[in-house]
Design a protein around this ligand. Structure first.
Ligand code: ASP
Ligand code: MG
Length: 243
């Protein structure tokens, strides 16, 4: 059983939330599952980093911006691996390029072209939980790229596809996909299941729960994606081919 779990920024905000995720991950590993964890930057880190960069250079090069922003996810990955390790469960963190994630050279909005999963495979075979920094990869030039805002979802789905994972779970701060923003509309209705097409239409209309490319990637590879709450872990919404 191979499981890919992605944790978003709010799900990693503060030591306690990282620990909550780490306990869930270690529990699965103890039951014998092979687990790959994809992490976003903590909380508003990416926004804060962008603001800091703009103070120094409002028209900074896209290449430098990517080299800089990728660090947000790397910090989360290191912290998550240490939190899992503290529970007595061996874990290793990998950057996007260490994880073999090859992209095109469009800085700030790169597309994943291919994943060489050898390194991840070796670490899993050695009995480790593999924590991958989301949102990033490496171009043929050897430069660091990022996948666009919200791109960690796409890292998770792409890894699930290339690793032929049995499950792909996106843990977030809402308990599933709603027909409108549940934080603004209390009467919003939650889907138990939603099709790729309908999910993409919701994203077009402003829903931010998933990165659009993650849904396209899931549809292309037939990956069933589960969106669920990082706080409760209760069953959320399944995004798949069927309604
Ligand atoms: N940290 C990046 C962002 O805020 C990527 C992500 O969270 O998925 O856009
Ligand atoms: Mg997101």
């Amino acid at each position: 059983m191979l499981i890919v779990q992605k944790y978003g920024g709010t799900s990693l905000l503060g030591a306690q939330r990282i620990q909550t995720a780490a306990i869930r991950v270690a529990g699965l590993a103890r039951q014998g599952a092979r687990v790959v964890v994809v992490v976003s930057a903590q909380g508003d880190t990416t926004d804060e980093m962008i603001a800091r960069a703009e103070q120094l250079n409002p028209r900074g090069s896209a290449r430098e911006m990517d080299a800089y922003l990728a660090a947000g996810e790397q910090m989360s990955a290191g912290l998550m691996a240490m939190a899992i390790g503290a529970l007595g469960c061996p874990a290793v963190s990998l950057t996007g390029w260490q994880a073999g994630i090859r992209t095109d050279g469009i800085y700030g909005n790169a597309r994943i072209l291919d994943i060489d999963t050898q390194r991840i495979g070796r670490e899993l075979d050695a009995g480790k939980v593999v924590v991958v920094a989301g949102f990033q990869g490496i171009a043929d030039t050897g430069d660091v790229t990022t996948l666009g805002r919200g791109g960690s979802d796409t890292t998770a789905v792409a890894l699930a596809a290339y690793l032929q994972a049995d499950r792909c779970q996106i843990f977030t701060d809402v308990d599933g996909v709603y027909d409108r923003d549940p934080r603004r509309f209390p009467e919003a209705i939650r889907f138990g299941r939603i099709s790729y097409g309908k999910m993409l239409r919701l994203i077009e209309n402003g829903a931010q729960v998933l990165h659009d490319r993650s849904v396209e990637m899931a549809r292309e590879h037939g990956i069933q994606v589960e969106v669920l709450s990082a706080f409760t872990g209760a069953p959320g919404t399944i995004v798949s081919a069927v309604e």
